[in-house]
Structures are given as structure tokens and as C-alpha cells.
Design a protein around this ligand. Structure first.
Ligand SMILES: Cc1cc2nc3c(=O)[nH]c(=O)nc-3n(C[C@H](O)[C@H](O)[C@H](O)COP(=O)(O)O)c2cc1C
Length: 364
């Protein structure tokens, strides 16, 4: 019995852990290595139609803290533990024409693993809607099992792309219309956590045919400046721009957002992302309602595995399986969403006087 197997958005996953759209899924070589290691699926690095040129410096830094030097920095120090990743990397610079034969080969080599193409185009014109449809159609024709629409990249200059459009329900609906009209596979929508209208955006997406919401992309943020050198921890010619924070530092905020969506749409599928580096973080996403789990920073940080988390996927599957066996759960479905009812309004939590009780009893 494979307790790790899950059906998510109608797709059969050998285990619920997949690599998120990012450097670990930027090439055929890395994706094949990830599947060999045991990942249940991958979301490709986001594929677009517009030329991409990254900044002339590091695209990602990994920030760490230690008891001895308890400040956040990328600087090498002894006994540090991971705090976060910060990146300002753009979408894939590999053109669609190069991706297509690669995707076909990957799917043929690992037919039992889920291959999800992350795609991105613009908004506001028929031409851009056609671009979404073109990208989705091309990827599905070569065997991709699903597409994930990137409406969440936090560092886009174009106002009609990435996180810049995720507040606009009309745009969300039109893009979903274009994509669901073009392909017949589950369409996942990756939203930005950086909006006060996340629940409305998710509602619009589900209503317009999204099979799942993927959440979270990185949080818009700035790197730190060193007081002695007056340099940012990452900069080009002294300049920097808003980038994205990922890793452990965003775990709690990501959980809050997954919970918000899960409470509003208990039947809506959610792929949880943000700070997963072991079973305990994954468990927390599941109890808030996620039925699938995506990982980026922890895989990138693993040394000696080419940045695809070879050891990590072994630990994740081992530890989840061990938990399911100990609790005699047939699958994650038996505890998925278990925390949902226990997240309540502040006023529903009992006061010392005993007055305010939302009626929920933990003993039940
Ligand atoms: C260097 C880097 C590049 C990324 N590129 C993309 C991308 O192309 N498309 C996308 O949807 N998300 C991208 N992400 C976001 C990740 O997929 C993920 O949502 C985020 O890092 C949070 O997960 P984590 O805490 O496990 O890192 C990128 C993240 C990093 C660190």
C-alpha cells in the first residue's frame, strides 16, 4: 500500500511533494535528476514568450543566522542555520521552442511523474491572451499534465505581468478564459501573497475554472545593507530593486494565506508553498488544507545534489510515510484540513472571564 499516493486536481501523484517553479526545474537535466531522486512532480521554471535577460550579478542569495552572530546575512559564519532565500531572478531565459522537446523527453522518461508547465504572458490585449493560450497549448501538446499560470512574480517592471496583475479579478478571469478554452488539463493559478484581496482573487480564479491555487510565491522584499561597507548584500553597481523572500522566514505567513483561502473555499484545491524543508512544515500546510506541497529554497540549499534536493525528497517521503504508518492513516486526506475549524475570529477565543467562547471544543 502506497500511503504517500495522492490524487490532486484529478492527477495521480506517487507522493505529494513537487519541486516549485525555480532554478531546480530550470532544465531537462535537473528535472530528470529530480525525478530519479523521487520527487512526485515538478512545476517547470516559468516559460514565457518575451526575451529575458537577468541582472549582471548573483540572482539568488541564501541568508543565515547563528546564535553566535544572530543577524541575518549571506556572510559565511560558523554554525549557521538557514533563514531565507532572496532572489531577483526573472523567468526562464530558455525559449519555448527549446523547452518543448525537453518536456516531451522528460514525460516519456518518467510517465508516472507529474509535469506541470509554469507559463506567463501579459494582459490587456487579445495578443497577450493569445500568448497565454499559445504557451499552454504548446506545453500540453508535448505531454505536460497541467499548467500553472504565474500571476505572482514579485519583480516585474511590466505592469501587465506577474504580481502586478494578481489584484485584478477581471484580468484573472480573462486569462483563465483564454487558457481553459485552449487546453483540457487542470489549470493551477499561482497567486502573490502580497495583496489584501487574496481571497477575492482566489475566488475569481476558482470561479473561472482554476483547478487549484498555488500559494505562495516569494514575498516582495529588499536585501539588507551592511553598515560598514554601505553595500547591499546583493547589488549591481550599487543598485538593487524589490525581490522575493522565500524559505523558512515566510512559513508562517504562507500558512496564514493558505488557511484564509482554505476556510473561504473548503472544497477548493490548494498547492502549498513557502518554507517547506521537512515533514513538520509540510504537515502544517496539509492541516490547513493543502493537498500538494511545493519546495524551492530547501532544495536549492542542499549541498552536493545539484540543487534539486536529492536527500531532501528522501527525508520528506520517509518522514511522511512514517507518520502515516504510526497514525494508521491511509493517506494525507485523513488529516488534511484538520486545523481549518480551529482558526477563528479573535473574539471567538475564550477570555479569562470565560465569556467569549466560539463554541469549538478541542476535545470533540
Ligand atoms: C531563485 C528563485 C527563482 C524563482 N523563480 C520562479 C519562477 O520562475 N516562477 C515562479 O512561479 N516562482 C518562482 N520562484 C518562487 C518559488 O517557486 C516559490 O514559490 C518560493 O521560493 C517559495 O517557496 P520556498 O519557500 O520553498 O522557496 C522562484 C524562487 C527562487 C528562490
Amino acid at each position: 500500500m502506497n500511503r504517500l499516493a495522492t490524487t490532486f486536481t484529478g492527477l495521480e501523484f506517487v507522493n505529494p511533494f513537487i519541486l516549485a517553479s525555480a532554478p531546480p526545474t530550470e532544465s531537462k537535466k535537473k528535472i530528470l535528476k529530480a525525478f530519479e531522486a523521487g520527487w512526485g512532480g515538478v512545476v517547470t521554471k516559468t516559460i514565457g514568450l518575451h526575451p529575458v535577460e537577468n541582472v549582471a550579478g548573483p540572482r539568488t542569495i541564501f541568508q543565515r543566522v547563528s546564535e553566535e552572530a544572530p543577524y541575518i546575512s549571506r556572510m559565511k559564519r560558523t554554525d549557521t542555520v538557514s533563514h531565507s532565500s532572496w532572489n531577483w531572478e526573472l523567468i526562464s531565459d530558455q525559449p519555448l521552442e527549446q523547452w518543448l522537446p525537453d518536456l516531451e523527453d522528460i514525460k516519456k522518461t518518467y510517465p508516472d511523474r507529474m509535469l506541470i508547465a509554469s507559463i506567463m504572458a501579459g494582459a490587456g490585449s487579445d495578443e497577450e491572451m493569445n500568448n497565454w493560450a499559445k504557451l499552454a497549448t504548446a506545453c500540453v501538446e508535448v505531454g505536460c499534465d497541467a499548467v500553472e499560470l504565474n500571476m505572482s512574480c514579485p519583480h516585474m517592471d511590466r505592469k501587465d505581468m506577474g504580481a502586478n496583475i494578481a489584484n485584478d479579478e477581471d484580468i484573472i478571469r480573462s486569462i483563465l478564459g483564454a487558457v481553459t478554452g485552449a487546453v483540457n488539463v487542470p489549470v493551477w493559478v499561482k497567486l502573490t501573497p502580497s495583496t489584501s484581496q487574496l481571497v477575492d482573487a482566489a475566488g475569481a480564479a476558482y470561479e473561472a475554472g482554476a483547478a487549484s491555487i498555488s500559494l505562495c510565491n516569494t514575498f516582495p522584499s529588499l536585501p539588507l545593507m551592511d553598515p560598514e561597507t554601505m553595500k547591499f548584500e546583493v547589488e549591481v553597481d550599487g543598485l538593487v530593486t524589490s525581490g522575493g523572500l522565500g524559505g523558512l522566514a515566510i512559513l508562517h505567513q504562507a500558512l496564514q494565506r493558505v488557511s484564509d483561502i482554505s476556510k473561504s473555499f473548503p472544497d477548493g484545491a490548494i498547492s502549498g508553498i513557502g518554507g517547506i524543508r521537512g515533514f513538520r512544515e509540510a504537515f502544517n500546510f496539509i492541516v490547513h488544507g493543502a493537498g500538494n506541497l511545493q519546495v524551492c529554497t530547501a532544495a536549492m540549499e542542499e549541498k552536493g545534489s545539484g540543487g534539486v534536493g536529492v536527500q531532501l525528497i528522501k527525508e520528506l517521503t520517509h518522514d511522511l510515510n512514517d507518520y502515516l504508518e504510526r497514525k494508521d492513516y491511509a493517506s494525507i486526506e485523513e488529516f488534511r484540513g484538520a486545523a481549518r475549524e480551529r482558526i477563528v475570529e479573535h473574539s471567538a477565543v475564550r477570555r479569562k472571564s470565560g465569556n467569549y467562547n466560539g463554541g469549538y471544543s478541542i476535545a470533540s
